[in-house]
Each structure stands twice: as structure tokens, then as C-alpha cells.
Design a protein around this ligand. Sequence first.
Ligand SMILES: [Fe+2]
Ligand SMILES: [Fe+2]
Length: 450
Amino acid sequence: MKRREFLRDAAIVAATGGIIKSNSLYAKEEEGKQNTPPLEGTGEAPLIDSEPVLQNYAETSMGIAFSVTDWANGYVIYGEKPDLSDGKKVWCGGYRLTAMDNEVIQVRLTGLKPYTLYYYKIGADRIEYKDGYHIRITGNEERERIYSFRTAGKEAKAHFCVINDTHASWKAFNPTINKVMELQPSCVIWNGDACNTEETVAAQKRIFFKPEIDRKDFAANIPYLFCPGNHDNRGLANRHLERIWMYRQPEERQPRDWDLGRNFAVRMGDIAFIGLDTGEDKVDTNPKFCNLFVSEPYRVAQQAWLQDALRQPEIKKAPFLVALCHIPLYDPRPDMNPGDVYPADVDPKYKTDFAEWQRTCAKLWGPLLEKAKCQLLLTAHQHAYRLDQPNEEHKWMQIVGGGPNMTGKNEGHYPTVIEGKVIDGQLCITIHNIYTGSVQETVTVSKRRR
Ligand SMILES: [Fe+2]
Ligand SMILES: [Fe+2]
């Protein structure tokens, strides 16, 4: 619904000169496009200009998104046969209208079977739109490459990777993704701060669809889950990140949780994942952000969602409960800002004027996670790797993933891939240090005792 409203409000369909015009937010990008010379021999740039990105790994649905260069009506053809001879075509968007777009195509496949291998390919019609009665398909592009993915579920191979704080730093992101591709997990969780402050859709697409790395197909065969970080809210374009990274499927949540499109509760083999969004790292009253953020009620709303998510049988019964959120829910150091310093995050007790960890979220969600016997909380944000063993304040182990620093300076400041795999009834966690290319630490987690 949100996406449609945004398109309705933002894409100003002005018939001046006959062709659909983009809104002012994207006007700069449109200008840039006009200056891009067409590809030799074709007369125009390819319509599809990215690999597909598998978004929102789930048991019975999968999101597939890709970038386009012009007005396009995109689709996915998917099936269980490798040659797609049983292929079904699903257009972008939901009911009533397709989500024709000139930037990003988002297709959601629903009614899938859990832990099932599907094959797919992507395509799009190029649309010339003069007005409601004068519309033409001026071309079609269908990628020849057939990709595949496997849905989540109780039978799935319990093997995941977590990346975080990639911050469009290609020097760190490239080897991070190379490590993920080598490990070939069932899914990757991107634990926030993929962005910096993104003002344009072009800048967002550069991060999520066209990163400057070797493996452009990084998310074409391995599905992703996304836990936003504070930087993923910043910048004009990021106020509508759902244009780039779709919300969870509406049917996966009840009306009360309609606006909680980023939370997830997914079962992968013996592991249940819970995804939470810690929001901004500044209090809502901080004058720096001019009342443009409302993280507080958002965190409270997620408490009710979490309570219900933990009661779902496939989550409740999983031998391992792993929660994820961007900002840590604990910090052993007394001078680290806990994110509840009003009105402007400033207190001489703390080193920084932003949240290094999130005490409010710890109070709201911590008791529920503890009661559910959550064993592991995977966080990010601090750009320095750390492992906090369980203690009196938190009964789960907390791991803080590293950051995009590839200089080798400062203790703990290196990118990490946190790998988790269930082996012989234990959850084995391996922290890969991407700067040194070696294993930093390994730790095992035992099954939940209930
Ligand atoms: Fe960060
Ligand atoms: Fe952050």
C-alpha cells in the first residue's frame, strides 16, 4: 500500500511532450540519463541493467527485484524445472495494476512451497506511455540466464551468513561478498548500514543492485534478509527505501503490524531467525533531525510483534533462536551512549552524542527474548568486532559485527562475515576476518533448554 501511495504521489504523470515525466526527486537522475550515450548498435541502453536481487527470504514467498533504465513492466518466470518448461509468469506489483516503474522492478512470488528449489529468469517490456489510452510496448528484454533459489523452512539447511556496516565501501564489500559466495549459505542477513546518506534512487541502486564489486550476481541465487541500520533511514531517497528493498509480504503480518514491513520471523532448518529494527541512533527529539524520525513508537510496536512472533509454532519449537538487530542491545563499557539521553543525546558521561547501544530496545525486547531462551543476538553498528558472553544483564550471547575498515588499524576494526551452521546438533559460529582473510574466532551454541 505504501509503495503504491508513494508512486501515486511521487510519479507525476504529466503528459507534456507525450511521455511520462518523473518527479522532481528523480529529475536530476533523468537529466543524467539523457546525457548517457546509447549503446552502439542498439540505439538505446539495455532496459535491465542489474542482476536480480532475492529479497526477504521466507518459507512460502520470495521477492525478486532488479534495476531498469526506462519505463518498464517487469516480470519473473519461475518454475521447478531447470529449463522452466513449467514456468509461470508473475508481473511486478500486486493486485489491480502492475508496478510499472522507470527505476526498480519488484516482483513478489507467493504461494511457494517451503524448502523447495525454484528456477527463474527475469524480463521486462519497455513501455512508452503517452496517456491512459496511448500506451505502447516498444521492446522486450528477457535475460537468458536461469537463476535458482531455495525457499526457507524446517527442512532447510541451517547455514547462514551475516554481513553488516558495508557502507558502500567497495574495498571492504568486495572481499566480504567473495567470502559469502565461497561459503554459499542458505541465506544472508544484511544487518544494516548498507547505506550512508542516500539522496537519490541512483545512489541507492548503486548499493543494492549495482555495487562496484566482482560478483554482480551476489544476491541472484542466494536470498537475503535485511535488518535496517540507522544509515539506511538517512537521505531523501532512503525515506522510501521500500522502492529499492521491498517490505515483507503483507499477508505475512496481521493488520496491527501493517507498518512493520522490516521485521521477520523465519525458520531455516533448526534455526529460527527474528529480525528487529532498532531505528535511528539519535533520540526523536534531537534537533539535528528536525522531528523527521519517530523511532520510539516504532520500537514499542515491535514489542507486540515480537511477542506474537515468538509464539509461532515454527519459531517456538526451533532448537536455536537467533535474533538480529543493527544497534547492540548491550555494552559492557560505562562510557558508551545507551541511546536514551534526552533531548539531544549529549551527556558528558558518554563519549559520543549518538547511541552506541540501545537501552530502550533492550528493555522492550530483552525480557521477551530472554523468556524465549534466545541464545544469540547478532548486532552491528559499532564498526568493531566484539563477542559478549551471556551474563546477568543478558542471557544471550551478543556478537557485534565489524565495520568497513580495511586499514588494519584499531583493534577489532575490520569487516566480518559471521557464519552460522548447525553441525551435530550444535550451532557453530565462525567469525571470518575479511581484512586478514582468516578465521577470527569460533564459538558454539547449544540447543535451547525448555
Ligand atoms: Fe555503520
Ligand atoms: Fe549504524
